[in-house]
Design a protein around this ligand. Structure first.
Ligand code: GRF
Length: 195
């Protein structure tokens, strides 16, 4: 029986597309939903083009974070996911939501955690003079960008790199790492993967 995967996005959804495109053949999982907190997110069109059911819940239409998360949990519950992949999802989730979906939430973050949790990761790596950068897939816990690491991918920092150029190099690695980690986790293996 395939594991059921929901994917949460806020923007272009390139990581979502990489995940969906990887779930074919003998892959132990299949996508069942792509949901966005931004109604016009470009990733929704990518998901629809791939035949994946979508949902858009504008977080600004809810009186507070808890109300938005209750609506999101309702949409998720109807899809019945075994795993939920946050992929460019830019909302901080409350401990209540994380507890409700404990053990099933994965996220990709564009840094080599525990370095640079939060935003502007590439600019911070460049400012620090790091020789390498990368991305991390981790389990989502109540602490932002701090859950158990499921995989990391490293890329070199090159002379003259700007945050944009480094982000593009890291994004290519994200599109390799996240599908590889999802396949392992869907097969029941949570040992970390290093690329
Ligand atoms: C990526 O850098 C991802 O690491 C971050 O959001 C960016 C855009 O992701 N969380 P996507 O193209 O929307 O998947």
């Amino acid at each position: 029986m395939s594991r059921r995967v929901a994917i949460l996005i806020s923007g272009g959804g390139s990581n979502m597309a990489a995940l969906v495109d990887s779930m074919t053949g003998d892959h132990p999982a299949r996508p069942v939903l792509v949901a966005s907190n931004v109604p016009g997110a470009g990733g929704l069109a990518k998901a629809e083009a791939r035949g994946v059911p979508t949902a858009a819940l504008d977080h600004r239409a809810y009186p507070d974070r808890a109300a938005f998360e209750a609506a999101l949990s309702d949409v998720l519950s109807r899809a019945g996911p075994d795993l939920i992949c946050l992929a460019g999802f830019m909302r901080i989730l409350t401990p209540g939501f994380v507890d409700a979906w404990a053990g099933r939430l994965l996220n990709i973050h564009p840094s080599l955690l525990p370095k640079y949790p939060g935003l502007d990761t590439h600019a911070r790596a460049l400012a620090a003079g790091d020789a390498e950068a990368g991305c991390t897939v981790h389990e989502v816990t109540a602490d932002l960008d701090a859950g158990p690491i499921l995989g990391q991918g490293r890329v070199p920092v090159r002379p003259g790199d700007t945050p944009e150029r480094l982000a593009a190099r890291v994004l290519e690695m994200e599109h390799r790492l996240y599908p590889a980690v999802l396949r392992r986790v869907a097969a029941g293996d949570r040992t970390p993967l290093w690329l």
